[in-house]
Design a protein around this ligand. Structure first.
Ligand code: UDP
Ligand code: MG
Length: 320
């Protein structure tokens, strides 16, 4: 066993969640206290503009002598994935739970998942799979297409559809995640990549207690791209296929033009065909270049080896 101080660490990323944090804090502490589970809560303020930082400072102060609460304050918005990373880094629990601040994922469910983990010695991670998400038709279609594409292309991993970041796992899983150094983090893929025994349980997300979701369609699209470009080199190989198909097509076309000329003596009318072909190949080449550029850009960013986040402040209710 490790020298962990608590049974469970709740890692809570917060971006403009000042209206939700008090409720979350109260519910979580009460729920786990009643259950006799010793917890620590790590709030990560991901560059909020709504006073979350000040609120967290007060929460840590009021927790002194009662609860173990840490608050990390980022210097700007680095994204949820970075917030989760920071939280896991400072976590001192034997087990870790990743949970949102907006009460869509309740501490009671977290407790249920924790108990499941404790009851099943061979399970390393319990993950919540969202059933029946209350989302628009287009979004649902887009997500389904994403999972299909991702699992079809990804080289050695596959991610189950609708699996969420709402998870409870043992410390070695946390260590494995922290050992993956990438800047562009896509946790669904990272969890799949590290392996470990994962138990998926269905769960229905609640309505947000307050505020709105921070995901826009654009952000989701970028997230999906991070997943695909981060976990497979398949798009790079498209060039080989496209090139080969075009070459074969070109030979067939050439033969047909030649046959037409020899049999009927017709001069192939060239201009429109030529224009179309130039456009087609120009487009294909640019698209393939774009794919290469995607990888090059990501490689460039990873190679700068900048930190995954920058924190201004780290408070801890158990320390002076
Ligand atoms: N979040 C964050 N940084 C961001 C966006 C979101 O830390 O840039 C946090 C947010 O405060 C919440 C969690 O990530 O606790 C999930 O975000 P949200 O509720 O917007 O996503 P959804 O539940 O709609 O998937
Ligand atoms: Mg939410």
């Amino acid at each position: 066993m490790s020298d962990a101080l608590y049974d469970l660490t709740l890692v809570v990323p917060c971006y403009n969640e000042a209206d939700n944090i008090p409720l979350f804090y109260k519910t979580a502490t009460e729920c786990f206290e009643q259950a006799g589970v010793g917890i620590e809560i790590v709030f990560v303020n991901d560059g909020s503009q709504d006073g979350t930082a000040q609120l967290l400072r007060r929460v840590v102060e009021s927790a002194r002598g009662k609860h173990a609460v840490q608050a990390i304050d980022f210097s700007r918005n680095f994204g949820k994935e970075s917030a989760l990373y920071a939280g896991m880094q400072v976590a001192r629990g034997n087990n870790i739970c990743l949970i949102d601040a907006d009460m869509q994922q309740t501490p009671h469910d977290a407790l249920r998942m924790y108990r499941l983990l404790m009851e099943n010695a061979d399970v390393d991670c319990v993950a919540a799979c969202q059933v029946d998400r209350k989302e628009g038709f287009v979004l649902k279609l887009f997500k389904r297409a994403f999972y299909r594409t991702f699992n079809g292309m990804a080289d050695d991993i596959s991610i189950p559809a609708n699996v969420s970041d709402f998870r409870v796992f043992r410390r070695p899983v946390r260590d494995a995640l922290l050992a993956l150094p990438e800047r562009e983090r896509f946790s669904k893929g990272l969890f799949a990549w590290i392996g470990f025994n994962t138990l998926e349980i269905p769960y229905e997300a609640e309505q947000r207690a307050a505020g709105t979701s921070k995901w826009s369609f654009r952000k989701l699209f970028r997230y999906a791209a991070t997943g695909i470009f981060g976990f497979t080199t398949w798009p790079l190989k498209i060039a080989v296929w496209l090139g080969s198909i075009c070459a074969v097509a070109a030979v067939i076309y050439l033969l047909s033009v030649l046959a037409e000329y020899l049999l009927y003596g017709t001069n192939a009318p060239g201009y429109p065909t030529l224009a179309c072909l130039i456009l087609l190949f120009g487009g294909l080449q640019l698209a393939v270049l774009g794919v290469i550029g995607e990888y090059l850009g990501r490689d460039y960013i990873e190679n700068k080896r900048r930190p995954i986040y920058l924190a201004k402040e780290h408070l801890d209710s158990t320390k002076e």
